[in-house]
Design a protein around this ligand. Structure first.
Ligand code: ZN
Ligand code: MN
Length: 495
């Protein structure tokens, strides 16, 4: 029987605030030793008073604003009670019926189609500690460094219809979070964790069948694969005429399958009630507007602006906005390069035409040679040593014909490795292009004298023969000649 797939996601995002959610302990991604960043508050000792991290609240609201959420003017924190050794207080401070952000949505593009995935809510809570199970030991260890780290939980409606769609949604969500700068959202480090709810329903039916919740998926690939596996498993159970039951399952990366962990507790088991130690929150419209003003330009807006402002194609602009730092670098290079063009071009019409060329050239040099170097080293642009100013200078040198493109690639490599100034590299490596100089003229005379055969061939109309001689000139100048200039000079001298 054909089934429809119904998927909803719960995404936990570790916020990169300086301190923890309810105390002053450092919120460090990777402290050196276990249980260094702890205090009586995050350890839940009796008589202590938690205080709310303002930055975490503002960042959650800001994320909600980026995701088109309703932001209510009132919110509060609640205790979610359950017992587990990694939870020192015996309850988690979370939000129950008054989350910071209400309904919202995120638009995704999958297979060329735009689709709106609606969000149920976004709330703020604290993380638990970490249990460690040493190999072969009959005891476990617990590290509370992570206890009370701020977690923003984003809950979608069951709007996702395919495992691939879930992956695309998460990737887009992550990009937005990185742009806003509220989290490093590194899935491998657990800064972005995804739980996926999935159930099937016979096509045309209204009622959902019992769902599976897949816990703690920590890569985009795992999300897609675990969901694909569940679609297959649930379909098999149903087709065999058996019944499904609601359960929590884990994803085993090595076996590529989900494994049942426990049947799920209902909501009532958590005995939610308002945290008596924390005041309810109220926001004025002015406060919410002020937070919204802090929102940076988001990837989609930037893509549209880059297209308009620089005459880029949509796919080109997309390549520049994928990583926030890349788009910023591109714009910085252009504004630096603009000064260079201004210094060597006079008339306005010429300027805009030249500017177009420099923009195109800059785009090509960033997305091709520079991306290649970044990929090779496995680093992101934010960690690259090349400054926008130096990159712009290299663009100007290429544009002015001071270096040819193969020499420029060598220069770029040195700049990439050492962060050096391009004009210095050109001098050090003796890569400056030979213009229409006496030196070039002499080399061309010699190439003509040494190659009577090709000269005759060219005179007889064979274009290849000219290319051969240009090659000889390039070799004799160690690649410093401009092939076009050399070709023209050869033609002139032979005729
Ligand atoms: Zn603490
Ligand atoms: Mn949660």
């Amino acid at each position: 029987m054909p089934y429809e797939t119904i998927i909803g996601l719960e995404i936990h995002v570790q916020l990169k605030t300086k301190s923890k959610m309810f105390c002053g302990c450092p919120n460090e991604a990777e402290p050196k030793e276990p249980n260094q960043n702890v205090c009586p508050v995050c350890m839940g000792h009796p008589g202590v008073l938690p205080t709310i991290n303002k930055q975490a609240v503002e960042w959650t609201i800001m994320s909600g604003q980026a995701l088109h959420c309703d932001i209510p003017t009132e919110s509060k924190f609640d205790r979610k009670n359950y017992f587990y050794p990694d939870l020192p207080k015996g309850y988690q401070i979370s939000q129950y019926d008054k989350p910071l952000c209400g309904e919202g949505y995120l638009e995704i593009k999958d297979d060329g189609e735009t689709k709106k995935i609606e969000l149920e809510r976004i709330h703020l809570e604290e993380d638990a500690g970490k249990l460690l199970h040493p190999d072969g030991a009959n005891y476990s260890l617990v590290d509370y460094n992570r206890a009370s780290t701020p977690l923003m939980e984003i809950v979608t409606k069951p709007d996702i219809r395919a495992p691939q769609e879930a992956r695309v949604f998460l990737q887009k969500l992550r990009k937005i979070l990185l742009y806003i700068g509220v989290s490093n959202a590194d899935m491998e480090k657990g800064q972005l964790r995804c739980d996926a709810n999935i159930s099937l329903r016979p096509e045309g039916a209204k009622e959902l069948l019992p769902k599976t919740e897949i816990k703690n998926l920590n890569s985009f690939k795992a999300v897609e694969q675990a969901l694909l596996y569940e679609v297959g498993r649930q379909t098999e159970v149903l087709d065999a005429g058996k019944e499904l039951h609601q359960a929590t399952r884990g994803w085993n990366d090595d076996l590529s399958e989900t494994v049942e962990q426990r049947t799920k507790e209902g909501e009532a088991d958590y005995r939610y009630f308002p945290d008596p130690d924390l005041p309810p929150l109220t926001f004025t419209k002015e406060q919410l507007d002020k937070i919204k003003q802090g929102l940076p330009e988001l990837p989609e807006e930037r893509r549209e602006r880059l297209e308009k402002q620089f005459g880029l194609k949509s796919e080109e602009a997309e390549m520049l906005v994928d990583d926030r730092a890349v788009g910023e670098f591109f714009e910085n290079v252009i504004s630096e390069a603009q000064e260079w063009i201004n210094s060597f071009e006079g008339k306005d019409e010429v300027l805009s035409e030249e500017a177009q060329k420099v923009i195109k050239q800059t785009f090509n040099w960033i997305t091709s040679p520079l991306f290649k170097l970044l990929n090779k080293e496995g680093i992101s642009l934010a960690d690259c040593k090349i400054t926008a100013e130096n990159f712009a200078e290299l663009m100007a040198m290429i544009h002015e014909g001071k270096v040819n493109s193969s020499a420029a690639e060598k220069v770029l490599e040195v700049m990439f490795a050492k962060g050096s100034d391009p004009s210095q590299v050109v001098e050090e490596l003796d890569l400056a292009q030979l213009g229409d100089s006496d030196e070039l003229s002499g080399i061309i005379d010699k190439v003509i004298a040494d190659n009577p055969g090709p000269v005759e061939d060219y005179k007889a109309g064979k274009e290849n023969a000219l290319q051969f001689m240009v090659g000889q000139v390039m070799a004799a100048t160690k690649g410093k000649a401009d092939p076009q200039v050399a070709g023209e000079a050869l033609k002139k001298k032979i005729s």
